[in-house]
Unconditional design. Structure first.
Length: 157
């Protein structure tokens, strides 16, 4: 019942989202993100005259053992040429109080949107991919339930 309600909520929230070009997430069925798992997201850019914001999305529970998460992204074109790569981090919990950050709509689950690229310009239309790897101190990050990618137009028409 809970999963049906969360799917319905996501459909309502994102069905009227005119900025979004692409948004997908990968759920980790065992509720952890292993360092050997690097989800890859493939998307199309039709209009290369526009600029885009690209985000990593993270869903975590209270089981996540750290206050901060480290993620490296790899943006590649259709020929597998690496266009951008960077290690980014964000606090999933407040450093002083330990209170969870992010938005919550499902009890002890919290959603975060981490900015990867702001106002990014693709040189040409076509297929692109973005891979995500976790770079925390542990090989297995308990409490990470899903990660994803969101691509949106900077100034929608």
């Amino acid at each position: 019942m809970k999963s049906w309600m969360s799917v319905a909520l996501w459909l309502v929230l994102f069905s009227c989202d005119s900025d979004r070009v692409y948004e997908r997430q990968v759920d980790f069925k065992d509720k952890f993100w292993g360092s050997d798992t690097a989800p890859k997201f493939e998307f199309e850019i039709a209009d290369h005259t526009r600029n885009y914001n690209i985000y990593c999305t993270v869903r975590n529970s209270l089981e996540f053992p750290f206050s901060r998460i480290f993620v490296t992204y790899y943006l590649k074109d259709s020929l597998n040429n690496q266009l951008q790569s960077e290690l980014v981090s964000t606090y999933l919990f407040d450093q002083k109080t330990g209170k969870p950050n992010g938005s919550s709509g499902l009890g002890d689950l919290f959603d975060h949107r981490i900015s990867l690229l702001r106002d990014y310009h693709f040189e040409r239309p076509g297929a692109y991919s973005l891979s995500l790897e976790q770079f925390n101190r542990k090989d297995t990050l308990q409490g990470i339930l899903a990660v994803g990618v969101r691509v949106e137009v900077v100034n929608p028409k």
